[in-house]
Design a protein around this ligand. Sequence first.
Ligand SMILES: Nc1ncnc2c1ncn2[C@@H]1O[C@H](COP(=O)(O)OP(=O)(O)OP(=O)(O)O)[C@@H](O)[C@H]1O
Ligand SMILES: [Ca+2]
Ligand SMILES: [Ca+2]
Length: 698
Amino acid sequence: MGMGFNGLKNKDNHVPTEDNNVNGNGEEDSSNFEEKKEDLGVGKKSPFFPFYSPSPAYFFSKKSPARSPAPGSGTPRRIFKGKFPPPSPARHIRALLAKRHGSVKPNEATIPEGKEVEVGVGLDKNFGFSKNLYNKYELGEEVGRGHFGYTCRANFKKGELKGQEVAVKVIPKAKMTTAIAIEDVRKEVKILRALTGHSNLIQFYDAYEDNDNVYIVMELCEGGELLDRILSRGGKYTEDDAKTVIIQILNVVAFCHLQGVVHRDLKPENFLFTCKDENSQLKAIDFGLSDFVKPDERLNDIVGSAYYVAPEVLHRAYSTEADVWSVGVIAYILLCGSRPFWARTESGIFRAVVKAEPSYEEQPWPTLTSEAKDFVKRLLNKDPRKRMTAAQAMCHPWIKNSNDIKVPLDILVFKLMKAYMRSSPLRKAALRTLSKTLTVDELFYLKEQFALLEPNKSGTISLDNIKAALTKNATDAMKESLVYDFLASLNALQYRRMDFEEFCASALSVHQLEALERWEQHARCAYELFEKDGNRTIMIEELASELGLSPSVPVHAVLHDWIRHTDGKLSFLGFVNYRETEKRRIKCYQKTVLEDLHFLQNTFIGAVRLSLISGSSNRKLATSLVLDDPAGTIALDHLRFHCENLIDCVIASENISRLVMGHSYLKSSDILDNLVIFNCLVSSSVLYNRKSIDFLSW
Ligand SMILES: Nc1ncnc2c1ncn2[C@@H]1O[C@H](COP(=O)(O)OP(=O)(O)OP(=O)(O)O)[C@@H](O)[C@H]1O
Ligand SMILES: [Ca+2]
Ligand SMILES: [Ca+2]
């Protein structure tokens, strides 16, 4: 029997009609999904997403009733002044659905009947959950629906809790047509089970299964989705109202991130109000695409919903920062009622996400406070290293003075401390001087973090303090994400303590400072201090080895200006670029350097997409690069700069298994060979039809 999407009303296929008509622009999200040729770059064959078919969307073929109007909203005429149409239910990224359901293939306009059954043959759909849901609960009316499941009210049938209401999310097993889809459901339950005790996170009770379905029993929210409230308000929230919502979102997001869980599908549909009250509490739901992520790890699968997806997700190398981007999109929508990145087609949205800057010119932006704007901009920074973390966002001037702010511990602090511990004395000195130039606002976050680690206010912290602070906040999720193991990298702190001054130097993110408008001033001030106290003579070879440059890199060309000719000390340029742990920024050659994906995508014509993915698992680090180098003349060292962890990489090619290189640096000849193979594949444009190089299947 055919199943899959066709059997399910798809709310995401629809937007309230009024929304569409506002700008005389009914095509947005409309159900005909006719993709515009120019949007897809047909003919140009955009190298960015070569796997997208230029055909119309394939599986949103069934019409479904429009989303029910938000409570109390009736069918009001909504006035939206934003540049783009107002928010509507978001669709998952097609690549995601294809991968998760094995049902969307390029150039497949329809899904043949019965295909999914075939795909599903031989899959183990036993989850080991209890089987007696109906003994315990009586299922009632449906309260919501998504791509993967629908949710019902339910009552305890008997016992002490008789009559008490819960919510049951029903996920049909028939829809689990791939191993990944099954794994996603396992993970959804595992993560819900592990993440306990946060007031802005849906409370999980239990999971059940039978032959047909998996059932997730959880706390019932009666207040509806955040999206419906946004729509019923006509899009715009006052700054204070937006803040109330954003704080709760940041709270739960920061909590997840500390636990090593990345949600990957944050959007207004996935936040529910507990009750109908205006100031009801907000709860994060739907961990169906969530994953554990180790502090050092990057994920690579393209996951999420188009309007909310972060640029680095599209580049297939991301971590928790991607969630913060989605929060930025939500904040933008709350404050102005319109989406920051918008286009008629999915590929158009992706292009906007990667390249376009959101508008802050249109109403109501000019009337909003500069803090609010700055807040959103710092969440929507395209560089994840420059983006605020959720915990930092709670320390932002726009937020920090609100009631009920309790800044949570930030895992970023430990990541930065690790890098600091491994730094040379010269780099530590450079960081120390930078930390002395921080403003009160910037210090606020560091003070909060230090206070969380320093329970007895002794003025210094130890490794034990850090462990204790983590333990205090730990859930079972931390076991999975190995947050504790990560602390081993701070072992140097075992026999000494750190005072606030050193803590600031160690937990300071230079990338984030660089994103500030006053970075230049910061850097100049810091350099002056550094000149007085810290700068020293350094040989070019020493600098190169500290930076991890291999001997084959002509260091003089790179580092020439980093050392002052008069006295051999670090120049200002050297000072601002000096990053032992950050090799990416070193600009070797103007022409061939892969300094920046966007730059390459914009610049090179006929670029080839080369994916470097990790050897051991497709969830591990992956870095995508776009190379324009048909002759394969790009040296290995260039690649090395731009893949933080080439050690674990496999070159994508027709025969992946043959090309697994194991845990050593690839020889440059290997890279060149594979580039040639890859280029051949691309140039004969088999890329579009060949299963063996189907990007989606990785
Ligand atoms: N605990 C709950 N209480 C009340 N309603 C809920 C609850 N959990 C989910 N819902 C409703 O059911 C809808 C679908 O749930 P959920 O988002 O978990 O499903 P999904 O199929 O994974 O969705 P998506 O298409 O976004 O992946 C929600 O948007 C919400 O309206
Ligand atoms: Ca959902
Ligand atoms: Ca989901």
